[in-house]
Design a protein around this ligand. Sequence first.
Ligand code: HEM
Length: 424
Amino acid sequence: MTIVSDIEPAPLEDSVSEWLALNSDSRLDRWDVYARLREEAPIFDYGDQTFLSRHKDCVNILRDHKTYLSGFDPEGERVMAVMASLDPEKQRKYREVLDHQLRWLTSSNAEKHVALRSLATRVFSMRAIENMRERIQREVDERLDELEPRDSIEIISEFAYQLPLTIISEMLDIPIEVRESIHKSWQSMTQLIGNPPERVPEVIDTVHAGMAELESRLQHTFDTRRGQQTTDLLARLLDAENDESGIITDKDIMGIVAQMVIAGHQTTQDTIGNALLELFGDRDQWRAICEEPELIPNAVEEVLRLRSPGQMVNRISRTDTVIGEREIPAGTRLTCLLASANRDAAVFDDPDRFDIRRENARQHLAFSSGVHFCLGASLSRMELQIFLETFSRRFPDADLADSHVEWLPNNFLLGLKELHVRFR
Ligand code: HEM
């Protein structure tokens, strides 16, 4: 018997507002909002922003970097509205934080992006990543050896962020004593990214302090490393500062390194939690990876598809253009909902189901697509695969120690605040 509900769903506009407001008492599920967007309004205008929720539209935009620029407009309507709500001191801080974000590789375009990306790809080569395989395995083994005598742990704070942060920091020669402070700085900065703009006045002091700490720690590291023996990777990045072309400046190097250490640990940390949550929630699939570890690489892709740690990316149309049947004027702020695209039934059968054997799981957009495709995709895949292979081999009876889970209050990121895991 089909039960037909006579409760009308809220207008889509209201559901989108509620989702973006991040009210802690809201019971709205972001996946329901994405599903409605895909179904009812795949190109949805909301204020000064247009959301794209279907796989095909997101791919078309991400692969056309000539029409769609990456990043954000620091003079745009939204930034200006926030600026107007701040006192002069907070305005200064907000401007400095935006300047910092504009120096990330993701925010650069055209020639500048080509120059920075080719430098980053040269130093962050497949060989450099492959050279880390044994080191990642050793780090996972040692951390788990330390934690194993305990019955249970909170895996996000006791394991998940340390693994990727240690690895990227070693690759970039960032000293141990600085790493914790980088992690804390980033925690403060997430209050800006993925939070409603109305919160800027309340959080900007903390965000700015986090950013200033991050930059000063990194700057100090660069200054002490210059002229010393350092890792090949950092030395080559520092050598590229102010090269003859004049395209790459020391601020750009700061932006690339900051993005690597930050993006290099938050997203991988989140995926460790998301993977265990999904696998413990379906014991058959957990047992399958314990018995057939060759399933693990695809299981990692499926977790990234179903629970994408970076939920969205932004683009701005450079010229008047058309998406599907819709005309898009130049200067439109477009948000590609990667996490929604990854649940588009036009590409993935039964898209809300977690299936580690899904044949086309790798078609997900969790690492984006086109020229800004994630620079660290191979590294994070390697970390995640080694972690899952080691953890499932050592602890086949592991499970959640506490079934209550809470997600970080953030629209941009998808990660758990805590995940209590028992080893046996
Ligand atoms: C599960 C792990 C990860 C996920 C899901 C992820 C996701 C993403 C996404 C969605 C983008 C594209 C942004 C856009 O199109 O605007 C991106 C870019 C980037 N990621 Fe990752 N990332 C991960 C791990 C890493 C790691 C380990 C590093 C360390 C090097 C890293 C460094 C970068 C950099 C430098 C970019 C900018 C690339 C460019 O603009 O050319 N990411 N990442």
